[in-house]
Design a protein around this ligand. Structure first.
Ligand SMILES: Nc1ncnc2c1ncn2[C@@H]1O[C@H](COP(=O)(O)OP(=O)(O)OP(=O)(O)O)[C@@H](O)[C@H]1O
Ligand SMILES: [Mg+2]
Length: 582
């Protein structure tokens, strides 16, 4: 397993470069700064107005004057709330923009990495990177701006203002804040591991659920439902215990915090009362101090909350950076392939073994196809047929030798030309929960429904397509394995490729359908070079050449008619064994 699985607990400089993707534009940044400043300053000003009101009221000011002061207070309160709303709105927009940028970047990056990488990482793992980690990081960045920056500013503001009113009370407030901060940080050390335990239990529960649901068909068919439910019950019980423990700690902390704040408020109230009686402060100032003391609580609570998220964000940041640092093993070339017509294929002295695997899967492979020629590739299961096909598609590079298509070494070929000029139907067809149209074009711009229908007719799906309720816009679901394969045929021929690789492409079709589409595929292959891999030898009746693979080596290679005519050839004997006429 590579490094993206390890959640390192400290961020390096390259990790921090991920944050650049979350950075807002200069305009949005300035607006956010202004909003945060207003959201901090306005609540700080409100108690000043209250003091004025109380002192003026005691001093016997007119009702008109008091109403004006009260209105000013109201205005401040409304403006303060508005500033907070604008800040929250700006910050969440920033988070969405940033999250989307980061997700897009990661998705594109992961799709651009080659098969060797995807062999090492499951889709589930990558989803966790692109979704879970990105959200943790983006959430933290927003929370950092909203909660950490705003809270620290507000706390500092309160302490400074209280110092200015009465330095002795300011000093007491400062001491009190430091004590509370210390106590909360200590208590958090208890809470964080327990929260982590309950998150892990929840991940196990969902992992189990996902796996069991995905295997529902097999589980039911084998009567394993009851056992599965019992096992699930155990996992759920573990989550319950972890959550209960976490909740107990959480509630205790909350109660402790409330008592601490109540005690602090009482102390401040007592102090204020004492100074008022001593005649050093007015009643209005005492009310002001009391209000400031109350204001200290919320920022503290938000700060403590952030400590939990901070750790998750840091781990997420390290994993995202590690994923972005992964480089494809195949470097793209720039040479174009001939834009039209069939492409010749030359496989020259090719040897190959899968990365992280010492075994040689292919060796000494030489194949030459002139433009328009077709090759039938046969051999026992595991002999290396699909592997050779992958080299022709440049999903891997050969360890020795070269694969040339249209005279261009694939290592130098422009990847875009490669993907459009070479078509493929693989052993396991991947369909998407999307419209028939998108499944054919693979989400690329459509060449028009007429052309799509033409290709569907070509592979024998014309009637099926005509019966779709919303035409090609119908969501694709419930197709049989054979229909899926026909859709894959249509997909491969849509771009009018010059070289086609069909890997067991007709293996799931019933004999009648296979015969029916044999003609249309034959027509589609006309004027194209093709490599056709087949276990069923009857589907190789029209190919020009045959190569027999055995343990990664070509043990027989020649023109089909000559091999079929040769009584001693392996291919001839295979035909006899399969009961196919020579
Ligand atoms: N992604 C992979 N990583 C490592 N080894 C692989 C991988 N794919 C295939 N192999 C190994 O390479 C060898 C050739 O496999 P390949 O899939 O090319 O055979 P095949 O001839 O297509 O077989 P089949 O007829 O069953 O499709 C096998 O020993 C297989 O175990
Ligand atoms: Mg295969």
């Amino acid at each position: 397993m590579s490094s993206i699985d390890t959640g390192a607990s400290s961020a390096s400089t390259s990790d921090l470069s991920v944050l650049r993707l979350l950075r807002p534009g200069p305009g949005a940044g300035a607006a956010l700064t202004a909003a945060i400043a207003a959201a901090t300053a306005l609540p700080l000003a409100a108690p000043q107005v209250t003091r004025r009101f109380v002192d003026d009221a005691i001093g016997g000011a007119s009702t008109r004057h008091l109403t004006l002061v009260a209105l000013a207070y109201l205005g401040l309160a409304v403006a303060g709330q508005a500033a907070r709303m604008v800040t929250a709105w700006l910050a969440s927009r920033l988070a969405w923009d940033g999250t989307n940028r980061l997700r897009e970047r990661l998705t594109g990056h992961a799709l651009g990495l080659d098969l060797a990488f995807h062999g090492r990482h499951t889709p589930g793992e990558l989803i966790e990177r692109v979704d879970g980690d990105v959200v943790a990081v983006a959430d933290f960045v927003v929370a950092f701006l909203l909660d950490v920056v705003a809270s620290v500013l507000l706390l500092a503001g309160v302490i400074v203002v209280v110092f200015a009113v009465d330095w002795r009370i300011g000093a007491v407030l400062l001491m009190y804040c430091l004590l509370i901060g210390y106590g909360m940080a200590r208590a958090q050390r208890l809470a964080v591991p327990s929260a982590a335990r309950s998150r892990a239990a929840s991940a196990t529960l969902f992992g189990t659920l996902e796996e069991r649901l995905a295997g529902a068909e097999d589980l039911r068919a084998n009567g394993a439902g009851e056992h599965t439910v019992r096992r699930f019950h155990q996992v759920a019980a573990a989550l319950f215990q972890a959550e209960r423990r976490d909740a107990r700690i959480g509630t205790t902390l909350l109660a402790g915090t409330s008592v601490a704040f109540a005690a602090g408020t009482a102390i401040m109230l007592g102090l204020a009362a004492w100074t008022v009686q001593a005649g050093t402060l007015t009643v209005g100032t005492a009310v002001l101090l009391f209000q400031y003391t109350l204001m200290v609580r919320a920022p503290f609570e938000r700060l403590i909350d952030q400590i939990r998220q901070y750790q998750a964000a840091l781990a997420g940041l390290a994993r995202i950076a590690a994923l972005l640092a992964e480089r494809p093993a195949l470097t793209p070339g720039t040479r174009p392939l001939p834009a039209t017509g069939p492409l010749g294929l030359r496989v020259e002295g090719v040897a190959f073994g899968y990365p992280d695997d010492d075994e040689q899967v292919l060796s000494g492979i030489d194949v030459t196809l002139a433009p328009g020629e077709t090759l039938g590739l046969v051999g026992r299961t595991g002999s290396g047929k699909t592997t050779l096909a992958r080299l022709v598609l440049r999903l891997h590079d050969p360890v020795e030798g070269a694969v040339r298509v249209g005279g261009v070494d694939l290592r130098e070929a422009d990847p875009h030309a490669l993907r459009t000029r070479i078509g493929v139907v693989t052993q396991d067809v991947q369909l998407f929960a999307a419209s028939v149209r998108d499944n054919l074009t693979l989400f690329r711009p459509s060449p028009g429904d007429e052309r799509l229908m033409e290709v569907l007719h070509g592979v024998g799906l014309g009637e099926w397509a005509a019966g779709l309720p919303d035409g090609l816009g119908t969501e694709l679901r419930g197709v049989s394995a054979g229909q899926a394969q026909l859709i894959a045929f249509a997909r491969a021929f849509l771009a009018d490729p010059g070289l086609v690789v069909l890997d067991e492409a007709s293996s799931r079709l019933d004999p009648a359908t296979e015969r029916r589409i044999e003609d249309s595929v034959g027509r589609l292959l006309h004027g194209r070079t093709a490599v056709i891999i087949a276990h069923r030898l009857s589907s190789l009746s029209r190919v020009d050449k045959i190569a027999v693979l055995d343990h990664g080596k070509i043990v027989e290679y020649g023109r089909r008619d000559e091999l079929a005519a040769d009584p001693d050839s392996r291919f001839g004997r295979l035909l006899d064994l399969a009961g196919v006429s020579r």
